[in-house]
Design a protein around this ligand. Structure first.
Ligand SMILES: [Fe+2]
Ligand SMILES: [Fe+2]
Length: 458
C-alpha cells in the first residue's frame, strides 16, 4: 500500500456519504476488466457513483490521503477510520445436488437469493433518484435507473415467476413506494411478455383459420391498439412501470400516509402525482419518451367507460394504450396483495378473481390484457407454500401441474422426511386432493421461513 493509503469497504463509504459526508479517493478506481469507474479527483457527495462501483463487484476502495484524497463528515471534518483488510474470500457455492428434486430446490433457492439482491439494488437506485429529485429541483441521474431496469428486464425474461420472490410486507411509506415501484415493474413486464405471446398466438390462429384471399380484409379488422411490442419498446415500458409513481415524491407525506378517506382537496393533491408531477419530472430531465410519459400520466385513467374515481377523467379508455392499462392492473394487484402497517395482504388468488370480475367483458383489448394478466400472476409459483383441502401444507416444486411436496400431515404436524412428489392434476382432484383456494398461498420469501431443512439449502 502507498503511504497515506487506507482501504475501506464500499459499504462503509456509502454509509459516510449517506450521512452527509464526502469522499475523494485520490487514486483512480478500476473494475476487474481495467475500466476506469471512479476518477481520483472526483469529490463524491452522492451515493450513486459508489453504488455503480459496487455493482462492478469492487468491495474495497483505496483512499490516498497524502494528495487530494480523504474522507469528510457532514461538517467537513476529516473522518478517521482504520484500514480494512480485504474480506475473506467467499466460500465456494455448494455444489448442486444430484437428485432431480434437490436440483429443483437448489434452483429455487438460487432464484430467491438473486431476486433479493436485484431488488435491493433497484430499491436503492430508486431511493437515490427520488432524493435527488427533492434536493435538485426535480433533476436526477437517470443512468442508474436505466441500468436497474435493464437488469430487471433480463432477470424477468429468464424467470417469469420472479415477481413472486419480491417482498410484499412493507411498513413505512418510503419503503412501500420503492417496493411498489419494483413490483409494478416486474409484474407489468411479465404481463407484457404474456401479452406478446398471446398476440402471436392470436395472429397465427387468425391467419390459419381464414382463407388467404380474405386475409388482408381480416387484418384491417384488428384494432390499432393490438400490436406486438418489440424488445426495445418493452424496455422503455418497463422503465415507465418502474417510474410510474415518481410524481409522489412531490406530494406531502401526511396525505400519502393518511389511512382514512381523503377529503376532496387532498384527493386533488394525490391526483397531481400522475396528472402533473410525473410529467414535470420527466420533462425536467429530458425524458420525453412516449412510453414513460403516457404511463406516468395515465396509469390511473379509466379502463372502461363507466369506471369511477379515475384520473385524468377526460381521456377516453379507447385512447389509453395497452401497456398503460397493464400498468394500472399491476398497480392494483400489488397494492391489494401488499401488507401494510394498517392492513393485511389480501389473498392473491382472490385479488386476481376480483380484478377479472371487475374488468371482464368490457371490450376486446381489455379482455385480451386480462387474459395476459391472469396467465402472468394467476399461478402458484415454485417455492411457494399452499394449503391442501385435507389440511396439509405443501411446497410447490413446479407450478406446472402443479407438482408439490407435502411437508405436514393433515393435522399440520411437520413431516420429518421428504415425501414423494404429488401432481395435482385432474385425476388427483377427482380423488379429492386439491389446493384449498380459500387460503392464501405463502409467497417464496415467507415460505422459506417455515420450510423444513430438507426443502431448502440454507
Ligand atoms: Fe400512481
Ligand atoms: Fe402505483
Amino acid at each position: 500500500m502507498a503511504d497515506g493509503e487506507i482501504r475501506i469497504s464500499i459499504d462503509k463509504l456509502i454509509d459516510i456519504v449517506q450521512s452527509g459526508g464526502k469522499i475523494r479517493t485520490g487514486v483512480d478506481v478500476f473494475n476487474k476488466q481495467g475500466r476506469l469507474i471512479l476518477e481520483r479527483d472526483v469529490l463524491v457527495a452522492d451515493v450513486a457513483p459508489l453504488l455503480r462501483v459496487k455493482k462492478f463487484g469492487v468491495e474495497l476502495i483505496s483512499i490516498v490521503s497524502g494528495g487530494d484524497g480523504g474522507l469528510w463528515d457532514e461538517t467537513g471534518q476529516p473522518v478517521v477510520v482504520k484500514s480494512e483488510t480485504p474480506p475473506a474470500p467467499k466460500p465456494a457455492p455448494k455444489p448442486a445436488p444430484v437428485s432431480e428434486i434437490d436440483r429443483r430446490i437448489y434452483e429455487i433457492e438460487e432464484l430467491r437469493r438473486a431476486a433479493a439482491e436485484k431488488a435491493s439494488l433497484a430499491k436503492n437506485n430508486l431511493k437515490n433518484a427520488l432524493r435527488q429529485i427533492q434536493e435538485n429541483g426535480g433533476k436526477f441521474d437517470f443512468e442508474p435507473i436505466d441500468d436497474t431496469v435493464r437488469e430487471l428486464f433480463d432477470f424477468v425474461s429468464q424467470n417469469e415467476t420472479a415477481f413472486s420472490y419480491l417482498t410484499r410486507e412493507i411498513f413505512s411509506y418510503d419503503q412501500y413506494l420503492y417496493n411498489h415501484s419494483l413490483n409494478v415493474c416486474v409484474i407489468g413486464t411479465v404481463v407484457m411478455k404474456k401479452f406478446n405471446e398471446n398476440f402471436n398466438a392470436m395472429v397465427n390462429n387468425h391467419l390459419n383459420n381464414i382463407p388467404t384471399s380474405i386475409n388482408a380484409a381480416a387484418a384491417k379488422d384488428v384494432p390499432q391498439a393490438f400490436k406486438y411490442f418489440q424488445d426495445d419498446e418493452l424496455q422503455d415500458i418497463s422503465a415507465g412501470f418502474f417510474m410510474h409513481d415518481m410524481g409522489k415524491v412531490l406530494v406531502e407525506k401526511s396525505i400519502l400516509n393518511k389511512k382514512g378517506r381523503l377529503s376532496k382537496s387532498e384527493f386533488e393533491v394525490v391526483k397531481a402525482h400522475s396528472t402533473r408531477n410525473g410529467i414535470k419530472i420527466l420533462e425536467k430531465n429530458n425524458l420525453i419518451n412516449p412510453y414513460l410519459c403516457k404511463i406516468s400520466h395515465y396509469h390511473h385513467a379509466r379502463l372502461f367507460e363507466d369506471e369511477e374515481r379515475c384520473y385524468p377523467a377526460e381521456i377516453s379508455p379507447l385512447d389509453i394504450p395497452a401497456y398503460v392499462k397493464v400498468c394500472k392492473l399491476a398497480d392494483i394487484f400489488d397494492a391489494m396483495t401488499s401488507k401494510r402497517c394498517y392492513k393485511e395482504a389480501l389473498n392473491p388468488v382472490g385479488v386476481v378473481a376480483d380484478i377479472f370480475h371487475k374488468y371482464a367483458q368490457k371490450d376486446t383489448l381489455l379482455q385480451f390484457i386480462l387474459h395476459a394478466f391472469v396467465r402472468a400472476v394467476g399461478i402458484y409459483p415454485s417455492g411457494s407454500v399452499v394449503s391442501l383441502i385435507n389440511g396439509q401444507l405443501a411446497y410447490v416444486l413446479d407450478s406446472e401441474g402443479p407438482a408439490l411436496i407435502a411437508f405436514t400431515d393433515v393435522e399440520g404436524r411437520p413431516l420429518t422426511t421428504k415425501q414423494d412428489i404429488m401432481v395435482l392434476d385432474k385425476k388427483a382432484e377427482e380423488r379429492g386432493l386439491k389446493i384449498d383456494r380459500r387460503k392464501a398461498p405463502m409467497d417464496p420469501v415467507q415460505a422459506h421461513k417455515i420450510l423444513p431443512a430438507y426443502l431448502k439449502t440454507s
